[in-house]
Design a binder for this molecule. Structure first.
Ligand code: LFR
Length: 446
């Protein structure tokens, strides 16, 4: 029987259950189960399929048990900003709505017509994005949402998964920091802001730091996964980005930055304190909670989502979507088309191919036509965006960055790494691919 720490890592496109064991002082990972994470469109909204994801999580835990692992503890991390509301009895009030839902359209503009954007940034330190929890709640409040009226607690996705495993409801700091509702310096809820928004204060629970216990698996869960011993669920650095960033080696000789590459691209550095200056706000940087009280000072960039969505569409059309075909085709494709990856038209279009084509036509460029051309256009545009992000970062830091670690699933895209290195002009180090899970497991070990 091998003792294992289980990392459950939910990304915007897929989830995985990974067992981590110590072997001669080294962390050895075993990917037990991978499953897709889909966005479901229904009744004019876009949802996550929480119930399926919960089932998939349990399946993965059961598979780890069946493989002979004794579970030491479990840690859950997910993407940021999204949440579920539960009532006093612990019932989930509706499926969590996906941040790509259009309910937040125009909300930042409306909010900042009443609130001073500079003063707000000086407290929250968050890059204003319509997807943020603040604007999701603002939209719900505005439509007089019934769930909001009866809700007892707001639980971010990792809080929610943990809650249904253990029955303990709390809010982990790193994930709460993606909400735009925290005081970045105090590292806890900004209740002044919460009151101004007219949100019930009781929704916001205890903010617990990474490393805190989230309780033990409920008897019914133990029965379902086939164990009879106690397993503790630990609040890890439960925001996937912050968990990934925690494994980047810091060095005294190099000025190191990270690019967490997946559905999103998060480009930044670790900082001891939040950077809440006007320059940081104007440059679009965010201060999110990290490990050991550190801050992930980063820019949130639309990442491989554009390519993922294209590939999904091509798959539905019966086309080849293997990376081993698409990337070589992109390298030899001839197109100069470039897009602004952060343009809102790419956030949730019904057809990504059409959105790119329309963007190029509107911007007087010849649109890509073959699959290779589309991929080249997207990857070159990403690399260019990393260049501007890096320039902005260097303007804000006392010393320029000398090395970039590309971590997460996207770090396997060698063509993109090469384009990035060419664009930013400093060495790019690839991996680890499973940075988030490694960060998750290390936190449990601590
Ligand atoms: C990456 C990520 C980003 C966050 C985005 C939306 O998976 O967590 O950090 O901004 O998802 O939640």
């Amino acid at each position: 029987m091998k003792e294992a720490y289980l990392a459950i890592d939910f990304g915007g496109g897929s989830g995985r259950v990974i067992a981590g064991c110590l072997s001669e002082g080294e962390l050895v990972l075993d990917t037990i189960y991978r499953f897709p994470n889909r966005q479901v469109r229904m009744g004019g909204h876009v949802y996550w399929d929480f119930l399926s994801l919960f089932e998939d999580m349990k399946t993965g835990i059961r598979m780890a048990v069946e493989k002979g692992y004794t579970l030491k503890s479990i840690g859950i991390d997910t993407w940021g900003v999204d949440f579920g509301l539960i009532d006093k009895q612990g019932n989930l009030l509706g499926n969590p709505v996906c941040y790509r839902d259009s309910r937040t359209e125009g909300m930042p503009e409306e909010f900042f017509s009443k609130v001073d954007v500079k003063a707000h940034y000086a407290e929250s330190g968050t890059q204003v994005m319509a997807i943020n929890t603040l604007f999701q709640l603002y939209a719900m409040k505005k439509e007089d949402n019934a769930q909001l009226k009866v809700a007892d607690k707001l639980l971010f996705m990792p809080d929610l998964f943990s809650y249904y495993l253990t029955g303990v409801a709390n809010n982990e700091y790193s994930i709460a920091s993606t909400s735009e509702l925290l005081d970045a310096k105090a590292r806890t809820w900004n209740f002044k802001l919460i009151r101004e928004l007219g949100l019930p204060e009781h929704l916001f629970g205890e903010v617990v730091m990474p490393g805190t216990s989230r309780g033990f698996l409920k008897p019914e869960i133990k029965e379902q996964i086939g164990i009879d011993y106690e397993v503790e669920v630990i609040a890890v650095v439960s925001h996937d980005t912050a968990s990934a960033a925690s494994v980047v080696p810091l060095s005294s000789e190099e000025k190191v930055a990270f690019l967490s590459s997946g559905t999103w691209s998060l480009l930044g550095v670790m900082s001891d304190e939040p950077i809440l200056t006007e320059e940081a706000r104007l440059a679009g940087f965010t201060n999110e909670g990290g490990t050991d009280g550190k801050i992930c000072f980063l820019q949130n960039i639309t990442g491989l989502w554009i390519l993922q969505k294209l590939m999904q569409e091509w798959k539905e059309e019966g086309k080849d979507v293997a990376y081993s075909t698409l990337l070589p085709a992109a390298e030899v494709a001839e197109t100069d088309a470039l897009i602004d990856v952060d343009d809102t038209t790419f956030q949730c279009p019904v057809s990504m191919a059409e959105a790119i084509t329309n963007y190029c036509i509107t911007h007087q460029q010849t649109p890509p036509s073959t699959q290779g051309e589309f991929v080249k256009c997207v990857l070159r545009s990403l690399a260019l965006r990393y260049k501007t992000g890096m320039e902005a970062l260097n303007r804000l830091l006392p010393e320029p960055v000398t090395k970039l670690y590309v971590i997460g699933g996207g770090s396997q895209n060698k063509y993109l790494n090469r384009l990035t290195e060419e664009a930013i002009g400093i060495p790019v180090v690839e991996g680890p691919v499973e940075a988030t899970a490694i960060g998750n497991i290390r936190q449990q070990m601590k």
